[in-house]
Design a protein around this ligand. Sequence first.
Ligand code: ADP
Ligand code: MG
Length: 438
Amino acid sequence: MDSQNSTRILERILDEVRTTDPLTVRTWFNDLTVQSFRGGHLDIGCPEETQAHYLQDHCLSVFTQAAQKATGYLVSISFHPVQAQTASGLAWSIAPSAPRLHPDYSFDNFVVGPCNRLAHASCIAISQNPGTIYNPLFLHGSVGLGKTHLLHAVCHDFRQKHNGLSIQFLSCEQFVNGFISAIEEGRLSEFQNQHRKVDVLIIDDVQFLREREQSQEEFFHTFNALYNNRRQIVLTADCAPGQLPSLEERLTSRFKWGLVARLDPPSYETRIAIVKKKAHLRDIKLPEGIAELIAEHVQSNIREIEGALTILYATAQTAGQPITAELARQALGIQQTAVPRSVTMADIIQAVSREFDIRVTDLQSKKRSQSIALPRQICMYLGRRLTRHSLEEIGGHLGGRDHSTVLHACSKIEDIYQSDNRIRTRIDLLTRQLDHTT
Ligand code: ADP
Ligand code: MG
């Protein structure tokens, strides 16, 4: 097939993906290219390796379906980075269990404001000069304020700048679990070598070490080995070193040897910039005033700002309507005068989506499989209990169900709540979380 033809097919596939699964779409999809299209196999090239991972992990099935629609026959698809991988790719491979880097979490995509300026600047500094200026670097702040994003950005940047140096990025949970299985399997020295010989060790969420004495001991020795060899250590936690409960003093005092930088909740202006950045990244065109509306409505953490944008976009797509201030108010449950804020349908849908690990679009879709229908009914039930929306309005947020469907869902979940302990626990948990967000 000639290249013009295959480019046209890729365009058709992308159009299809944009309508069927808009939330996975990123602006950089425009840079995808066809590498080959032979024997029913389409090889798609991406500028970056992390983008290929993202597509492989999150988009393979939607691309495959779209390709079938676009060509009329079954096409298998693979994604590959177009550029040859550098030597740092090799160094990276020492950490096979490390989380994959997210292509969205780069310095370019990080909005800097007074709330995170020091954390951002220190991350830039250490990715340029690891092990020299701020060691260890300790970032802390409550959930959803960008700690993990910054760590990914350090890794992205470091891989580009320092060919051949090794960097290891782990969640603290992975460190602890790795340590436990190394003991069980008699591979302790292998585990120790793996962590004590790297040039940069990054561990996310060290509060996870609390009440894990043996892991703290191991971490203490890892820290010392790296520190003494002037290797860079970067840590994050949900609170300052001095406030980490039940962590040994000798550890928390070391956490303060370098630079401790706090991330605060973003100001209104920073929130607006973040909404705009996220919309741009996802190829969402936001009309004037909408970013401000979201920024005003969602104040606590950035994950929720993203969630609000997602809900708004998904609602507009499902309804086949353009994004307007009116739609945004409806989708986000904003009542113009209502202060203090009450629980919104957007909060409920987000919380249920997280709790059941189901996409917002699926909750709002027509899909009827039990794994989706039950959480959707829980959304309706919670909507009835926690908001003042009418049955119709609740149904409207969940893909346009009518009031009798919502009523049926409420009484069904009522029954299940009485008879099924596990579901009751999950609903209670959701209710507590939602009460908390207001
Ligand atoms: P944390 O690790 O602190 O809980 P994350 O790094 O997971 O928070 O961030 C939550 C979400 O918010 C991510 O999608 C991230 O991209 C986004 N985010 C956080 N801070 C910023 C920022 N300053 N600019 C852009 N996006 C941000
Ligand atoms: Mg995090």
